[in-house]
Design a binder for this molecule. Structure first.
Ligand code: NAD
Ligand code: MG
Length: 291
């Protein structure tokens, strides 16, 4: 088995969607581990809140966490209802409790409601995965970034993450953890993602700083920095020409699939395997450096 060539296409058919994008409209459909992920009880009895858990990397995390024995709450935008329901069914199929919490996280009130519903309906939260994110890569220069775009990018990627974390920290105990979804863009930023890349750098800074604050309480804080991963975000926010060649600029010469990112989130969530891991950012990048 070669990480360069096995299983996954090098080129993608031309395609475009409107944000936030839906899984069923993608060609090929992403692999979230539906047919392959095998759990070994590493998160037995834990309860996780995954923002953006409907699709892409978030769906792969939801499947993996459920098969590792965790109950799962997923949040997503109301218009992503079909994807949210599909992920919820996969968690239920694994025999775990699932809570779906639609809502726009750029509204602080929604962040507080999502935190509250996850806490009450799962009887607590042990793992917060701040995975929701937005980008718009169709602009080419700083002059093309509108006020609305900047508010949405910063509001989704950083401000919502801050409010949700602030709401849940008082409820986390020793052994619990927070995992943020960063990006290769924090290290190797693309000109067309000026605003988005900066939010991912801010997430890294927030991750190490909060890890220092919560370490004395035994709460671990880490991040995963994915490279190019085949999810609805890409055809919904990248120009067609970029979608077709997506991921070819990595040393492996291809995009990754969500199923290849989820194990990093399982490792970081595991209170035994990652018992001494906090304040780190784990790259899953197809060979690109994260330092
Ligand atoms: P995705 O579109 O499947 O997931 C992103 C999710 O964010 C959406 O499903 C949506 O539910 C949620 N979201 C966006 N705006 C929201 C809002 N205002 N309120 C509530 N939820 C909102 O795409 P993905 O690629 O799996 O993205 C997941 C995370 O991975 C993001 O943080 C993204 O920045 C990060 N990431 C992705 C890649 C990649 O190449 N796909 C690379 C590095 C990092
Ligand atoms: Mg989605």
């Amino acid at each position: 088995m070669s990480p360069r060539t096995d299983h996954y296409p090098r080129e993608f058919p031309a395609q475009q969607q409107e944000p936030p994008g839906l899984t069923d409209a993608m060609d090929p459909r992403p692999d979230h581990g539906e047919d392959s992920y095998r759990g070994t009880g590493r998160l037995t009895g834990m309860r996780a809140l995954i923002t953006g858990g409907d699709s892409g990397i978030g769906r792969a995390i939801a499947i993996a966490y459920a098969r590792e024995g965790a109950d799962v709450a997923i949040s997503y935008l109301p218009e992503e209802h079909p994807d949210g329901e599909a992920t919820a069914a996969l968690v239920s199929d694994a025999g775990r409790r699932v809570v779906t919490v639609p809502g726009d996280l750029t509204d602080r009130r929604t962040c507080l409601d999502v935190a509250e519903r996850a806490l009450s309906e799962l009887d607590g939260v042990n793992i917060l995965v701040n995975n929701a994110g937005f980008q718009m890569a169709r602009s080419q220069s700083i002059e093309e970034v509108s006020a609305e775009q900047l508010d949405r990018v910063v509001g989704t990627n950083f401000t919502a993450l801050f409010w949700l974390t602030q709401a849940l920290v008082p409820h986390l105990s020793a052994g619990d953890c927070i995992i943020n979804n960063s990006s290769i863009q924090a290290y190797d930023p693309s000109g067309s993602l000026l605003d988005y890349a900066a939010t991912k750098s801010a997430i890294n800074n927030f991750t190490v700083n909060l890890a220092a604050e919560l370490g004395p309480r035994g709460v671990r804080v880490n991040a995963v920095a994915p490279g190019p991963i085949w999810t609805p975000l890409q055809p919904a926010t990248q120009p067609v020409a970029k979608v077709e060649k997506f991921g070819q600029d990595t040393p492996f010469g291809r995009a990754g699939q969500p199923v290849e990112v989820a194990p990093a989130f399982v490792f970081l969530a595991s209170p035994t395997e990652a018992s001494y891991v906090s304040g780190t950012i784990l790259g899953v990048t197809g060979g690109k450096p994260v330092f």
